[in-house]
Design a protein around this ligand. Structure first.
Ligand SMILES: Nc1ncnc2c1ncn2[C@@H]1O[C@H](COP(=O)(O)OP(=O)(O)OP(=O)(O)O)[C@@H](O)[C@H]1O
Ligand SMILES: [Mg+2]
Length: 400
C-alpha cells in the first residue's frame, strides 16, 4: 500500500488533474463567446448606440432572473464601446459599479466618481453630504462635456442602501440631464429582482425605465451548450462523461435556467472527482456535488440567523409539526436553558413567518372548530443538519 500523503502529492506532481484551468470555472471569468444572447447583445448595443454620435441614449433597465448573462452582456457592450471611443477623441465615459459590493450610497457614488477620474481631493471618500457628492459628479460631466453612461448593477440593492437622505438620489440620477448644461448622463440599471420596481417612486420608474430589456431564462439545451464550452476550456479532454454533463444541465436548466449554478455544479463535481482520484467526472459526482451545494446553502442560511431565530428553529425541531402556541412554549423553555429573556409571542409569530420565507420551515393553517385556526410548522431540512450547524454555537451547545 502506498502512503496516502505521497499518493496525493504524487498525483499533483505528475499533473494528474482533470481540471486543467480552474480560473475558467470561477464565476468571475469572462468567457470568450456569449452563447444564446445574440439578440440581447444587439438590443443593449442598439440602445446605447446614440452615444457614439454624441447624443444621449435613453436610460435603460435590464431585467431578468439570476445567472442568465445580464452582467456579462452589459459589461461586454460597454467595454466594446469604450474600446472604440478610446481611438477617437470623443469625451465618452462608460462606468460600471455594483451596488451589492458597496455598503453605502456614498461609496457607490465615489466609485462612479473615481472612474470619471475624480481624485480624493476633488471627491473625498467620506465627509460630504450626498447632494454635494452628486453635484461634483455632475460638475465633472459638465466641465468635461462628457457623455457619460453609469451602469448600476444589482440596482435593487441600491434601493436598500438609500436612507431618508438619499431617497431622491435615484430620481436625481435619472433626471440629471435637466441639470447639465453640457455633456449628458445615461443610467443603465440591472436587476434580478423582478418586483423591485414596485418599491420605487413612480417618477423614478418612468424615467429609469425609458427603455427596458428583459432577459429570459436559459432552457436545458442552452445551459448544456454553455456548460460544454466551459468544460472544453477548463477540463482535460474527455474527462467529463456525457451523462454527467446532461445531468448538470437537467438539474439546473429544468428549474432555474441559471448558468452560474450550472458552472458551480460542474466545478464542485470536478473537485469531488479529483478528491476521489477519479479521472472522469461521473453522474455520481454530479449528484454528490448537487447535495453538497444544497447543504452548504442550508448551513449558511442557518448560521446567519440571530439567536432567537435559532432558538425557534430548535423549538420546531424538538416538536416537529406543532402549532404556534406549542412552539412558543417550547421556545420559552429553551430561553430558560440558555439564560436569555424571552421575546413576546407576537414577535415570535412574526419571526416564524420570516423564517418560513427562507424555506427552512413550512407552515400550514389548521382549523380547530370553535377554537379558530392555528398555524402548524415543520422543518424542511433534516434535524442532523441543524444539530451539525448549531453545535459549534457556544450558547446553544447545552440544548444540543
Ligand atoms: N450565454 C452565456 N455564455 C457563457 N457563459 C454565460 C452565459 N450566460 C451566463 N454565463 C456565465 O454565467 C455566470 C452568470 O452570468 P451573469 O453574471 O451575467 O448573470 P446575471 O444575469 O448578471 O446574474 P445576477 O442577476 O445574479 O447578477 C457567469 O459566470 C457568466 O460568465
Ligand atoms: Mg449580474
Amino acid at each position: 500500500m502506498s502512503d496516502p500523503v505521497d499518493r496525493l502529492l504524487d498525483a499533483v506532481e505528475l499533473g494528474e488533474s482533470i481540471i486543467k484551468n480552474r480560473d475558467i470555472l470561477q464565476t468571475t471569468y469572462i468567457p470568450n463567446t456569449i452563447q444564446h444572447r445574440t439578440s440581447e447583445q444587439e438590443q443593449v448595443t442598439q440602445s446605447l448606440l446614440p452615444i457614439l454620435k454624441q447624443s444621449r441614449p435613453s436610460n435603460l433597465l435590464v431585467y431578468g432572473k439570476p445567472g442568465i448573462g445580464k452582467t456579462l452582456v452589459v459589461k461586454k457592450v460597454i467595454s466594446k464601446i469604450q474600446e472604440r471611443v478610446e481611438k477617437s477623441n470623443f469625451p465618452i465615459k462608460l462606468v460600471y459599479s455594483n451596488s451589492k459590493e458597496e455598503t453605502t450610497l456614498y461609496g457607490l457614488l465615489v466609485s462612479l466618481g473615481r472612474q470619471l477620474n475624480l481624485n480624493e481631493k476633488e471627491l473625498p471618500t467620506t465627509g460630504l453630504a450626498i447632494s454635494e457628492v452628486f453635484k461634483r459628479l455632475l460638475n465633472k460631466i459638465d466641465e468635461g462635456k462628457l457623455n457619460a453612461i453609469f451602469v448600476i448593477d444589482e440596482i435593487d440593492y441600491l434601493v436598500q442602501l438609500i436612507s431618508k437622505t438619499g431617497k431622491d438620489i435615484l430620481y436625481q440620477l435619472t433626471r440629471a440631464n435637466e441639470r447639465l448644461k453640457q455633456g449628458s448622463l445615461t443610467l443603465v440599471g440591472i436587476s434580478n429582482d423582478l418586483t423591485f420596481k414596485e418599491k420605487l417612486d413612480p417618477r423614478v420608474i418612468s424615467s429609469l425605465g425609458e427603455e427596458e430589456i428583459v432577459f429570459t431564462n436559459y432552457n436545458v439545451e442552452q445551459i448544456k451548450t454553455i456548460l460544454e464550452e466551459r468544460i472544453n476550456e477548463a477540463f482535460v479532454e474527455n474527462s467529463v462523461e456525457d451523462p454527467a454533463l446532461n445531468l448538470c444541465a437537467a438539474l439546473v436548466g429544468g428549474e432555474h435556467g441559471d448558468a452560474r449554478r450550472a458552472i458551480d455544479l460542474i466545478r464542485v463535481a470536478g473537485e469531488i472527482a479529483e478528491r476521489q482520484q477519479s479521472n472522469k467526472v461521473t453522474v455520481e459526482h454530479v449528484r454528490e456535488a448537487s447535495l453538497k451545494i444544497e447543504e452548504n446553502k442550508e448551513e449558511t442560511s442557518l448560521k446567519s440567523y440571530p439567536l432567537h431565530e435559532k432558538l425557534i428553529i430548535l423549538a420546531i425541531m424538538k416538536a416537529n409539526g406543532s402549532s404556534t402556541g406549542e412552539i412558543y412554549s417550547s421556545y420559552k423553555n429553551l430561553c430558560k436553558t440558555v439564560g436569555r429573556d424571552e421575546l413576546t409571542q407576537r414577535r415570535i409569530t412574526q419571526m416564524l413567518s420570516e423564517i418560513e420565507l427562507s424555506g427552512i420551515i413550512t407552515g400550514r393553517l389548521v382549523h380547530q372548530g370553535i377554537h379558530g385556526r392555528t398555524k402548524k410548522y415543520k422543518l424542511t431540512i433534516s434535524s442532523e443538519m441543524i444539530k451539525k450547524t448549531f453545535k459549534n454555537d457556544l450558547t446553544l451547545k447545552d440544548i444540543i
